[in-house]
Design a protein around this ligand. Structure first.
Ligand SMILES: [Zn+2]
Ligand SMILES: [Zn+2]
Length: 233
């Protein structure tokens, strides 16, 4: 989790996906992953995303759009669960994970069946591929940072109390940004570093969430087992 770090102590990770509700409109940031993938990848204390959504009174068919931070298996999985969703992702990630990346060790960090399903989504006109930053409406925007994967993007939600930045794997832990140390999963080191600066610049109120740091739970209100709510500033 910390490139070139001499630390080898055990660390705990959380694997969040985020739900944004604007009136009846449901947007997800990332999808979570299936039980099969969790088992294969040795992830314990797993709960199924569909069951978690049900805790909020949401069925997967309600989800209108899904903003994918990048295409690693823990952020993009089982897209067939969301029959009405439009998936929004950077073109560079689609090109890499469905192309050259498949032959590289880094490509194994994507879930092959989910990557294969991108073709079906494209045919159904439910795949929106971006070439950089974009405003998505409702105060939501994406900023392409790359670094971790070719098309990694962070998601910014402008609220009346200031911006919330979902850094996702632009910074796995708070300490990656704070120490300017990327994780060991690096596509481009210089972009990773610029991404850290972008996260700091975008989170003007200092409110941002890393990809996997359990410390983020302290910035959230616990609603139920494994379900947390965003807090007002
Ligand atoms: Zn990742
Ligand atoms: Zn991740």
């Amino acid at each position: 989790m910390f490139h070139l770090s001499p630390r080898h102590d055990d660390i705990e990770l959380v694997y969040p996906f985020w739900v944004l509700r604007e009136r009846s409109r449901v947007t997800l940031i990332d999808t979570g992953f299936s039980a099969l993938v969790a088992e294969r990848r040795g992830i314990s204390e797993y709960r199924d995303p569909t069951a978690l959504l049900a805790e909020l009174g949401i069925v997967p068919g309600d989800v209108e759009r899904i903003v994918l931070s990048h295409l690693h298996y823990d952020h993009f999985g089982a897209p067939e669960r969301y029959p009405n969703a439009r998936f929004i992702v950077q073109r560079d990630d689609v090109a890499f994970f469905s192309g050259a990346g498949r032959l590289q060790p880094a490509g194994a960090l994507a879930d092959a069946p989910s990557i294969a399903a991108l073709d079906d989504l494209r045919r159904a006109e439910r795949l929106e591929t971006l070439d950089g930053d974009k405003s998505l409406g409702d105060g939501l925007s994406v900023v392409r940072i790359g670094g971790h994967t070719p098309g990694s993007q962070v998601i910014v939600l402008e609220r009346s109390d200031g911006p919330l930045v979902f850094a996702c794997d632009g910074s796995h832990f708070y300490d990656n940004v704070l120490t300017k140390t990327p994780s060991a999963i690096i596509y481009r080191y210089d972009e990773y570093q610029r991404g850290f600066s972008a996260i700091e610049r975008l989170a003007t109120g200092g409110r941002w969430f890393p990809g996997h740091d359990p410390a983020m739970l302290q910035q959230l209100d616990r609603v139920q087992e494994r379900v947390y709510a965003l807090r007002d500033a």
